[in-house]
Write a protein that binds this ligand. Structure first.
Ligand SMILES: Cc1cc2nc3c(=O)[nH]c(=O)nc-3n(C[C@H](O)[C@H](O)[C@H](O)COP(=O)(O)OP(=O)(O)OC[C@H]3O[C@@H](n4cnc5c(N)ncnc54)[C@H](O)[C@@H]3O)c2cc1C
Length: 372
């Protein structure tokens, strides 16, 4: 890591400042070259550790190998009637240890790009740039990108989850299959499913995930996990870690509308699924390529068309939460494994879309389209 020349109490002038060194911010910082830049992030990677999962093609499998915690060719969705099992040769469902990814990017920063382990404060915007303080030092930057988490408005549909990283007493069956969504759980408070990633036959990340407007208390998610584990005959030897999160499923607003937002703050989390990793990677690689040519505007992380389709989907979920399980199961059933991966990655083909549209319950979707 390089060190910018600065004098305490004097303003350090830089070309690019990135506020927040999470998935988007540190990825952008690691791409920068031949600029004077800082990325400002108060927390260490380990303090923010969680699992980031996505469908990786062969190029991404290599690119993210060092931070990969687990990868699977097979994934399943289950309700009381059906189990849909997808098996892909092309895409691996891949879970990264976020701390490893972030630390790897921090180590890769070029000469002239500094990491400041402190919050950015007193941010003042001036055109595309502005000034701020961090760790007692004043900075003035020609360009500022802001990746601080967005505001979540009251009353919006959210994906909220709580999970445990557990060691099991006995080997579990099928450790080579990811359970993306098991809907055989309490559906009385919103669309609810269990998500389970078997990292080995004794190690499992198991999460209770809800799609609803109101959050539950921790006890509720814990009970759901316990019940599901009991039904699968899985006994806990040790709870190694906990993970929780809230991802808005309706449009978000950045903390400061006047600063160019990147990552989740710019709407990178898919409204229909909450997946953001792939959208962030593609947004940031385009932005970095632009910066190297002197173009500083932030590309949208998700195409406007896809965003509109996702909004119709979340509109139907809000109006008809009781249809949630059937919509997800029909989507998975309509597509083969590669089509499903493309669909979740936001790169579905025309024919993938036709299959999904034909599989949907028509009346609620038509009503939602007409309402917009
Ligand atoms: C627990 C969890 C699990 C998730 N799992 C997945 C997944 O499996 N797959 C997927 O695709 N998506 C997942 N997501 C969604 C999304 O990928 C992540 O939220 C991702 O971290 C978003 O990246 P980001 O850079 O936009 O924001 P973040 O990674 O949240 O980075 C924002 C950074 O800003 C910093 N910050 C805040 N205030 C200041 C300040 N004043 N000054 C400087 N820095 C500041 C924060 O410390 C933080 O590190 C998950 C989200 C959560 C919360």
């Amino acid at each position: 890591m390089s060190s910018l020349k600065n004098n305490v109490n004097k303003t350090t002038e830089i070309d690019i400042a990135i506020i927040g060194g999470g998935s988007a911010g540190i990825t952008l910082a690691a791409y920068l070259n031949n600029v004077r830049a800082v990325v400002v992030e108060p927390r260490t990677p380990i303090e923010r550790d969680c699992s980031w999962a996505f469908w990786a093609d062969s190029v991404q499998q290599k690119k993210f190998k060092a931070a990969t915690k687990g990868s699977w060719q097979q994934w399943r969705l289950i309700d009381h009637q059906t189990e849909i099992l997808h098996c892909s040769e092309k895409y691996l469902y891949t879970s990264l240890r976020s701390a490893d990814y972030l630390a790897q990017c921090e180590r890769a920063l070029a000469e002239g790009v500094d990491l400041i382990r402190a919050p950015a404060e007193n941010i003042r915007v001036n055109g595309l740039g502005g000034s701020f303080t961090a760790a007692g030092q004043d900075y003035k930057s020609a360009k500022i990108y802001d990746s601080r988490p967005p505001k979540i408005a009251e009353g919006v549909l959210k994906q909220h989850f709580f999970g445990w990283d557990i060691r099991t007493k006995a080997p579990i069956s099928n450790p080579h299959i990811v359970t993306l969504m098991d809907f055989r759980v309490d559906q009385s408070r919103g669309l609810h499913f269990i998500y389970a990633l078997p990292f080995s036959d004794r190690r499992l990340l198991v999460e209770s995930t809800m799609i609803s407007v109101s959050l539950e208390d921790k006890k509720w998610y814990r009970q759901a996990i316990h019940k599901w584990l009991q039904e699968q005959n899985i006994a806990i030897e040790e709870i190694v870690g906990e993970e929780m999160g809230i991802i808005p499923m309706q449009s978000v607003a950045p903390l400061d509308e006047n600063i160019a937002a990147i990552g989740a703050a710019s709407g990178a989390a898919r409204l229909s699924s909450g997946y953001a990793f792939s959208g962030i990677q593609s947004q940031i690689s385009k932005l970095a390529a632009g910066i190297s040519r002197g173009h500083y505007s932030v590309p949208p992380p998700i195409s406007p068309l896809l965003n509109s389709m996702d909004k119709i989907f979340t509109g139907v979920l809000l109006a008809h939460p009781e249809l949630g399980v059937s919509i997800m199961m029909r989507t998975a059933k309509a597509l083969d494994a590669d089509g499903f991966a493309r669909f979740m990655l936001g790169s579905a083909t025309f024919f993938d879309w036709v299959k999904v549209v034909l599989a949907m319950p028509k009346v609620p979707f038509l009503k939602q389209v007409l309402r917009r």
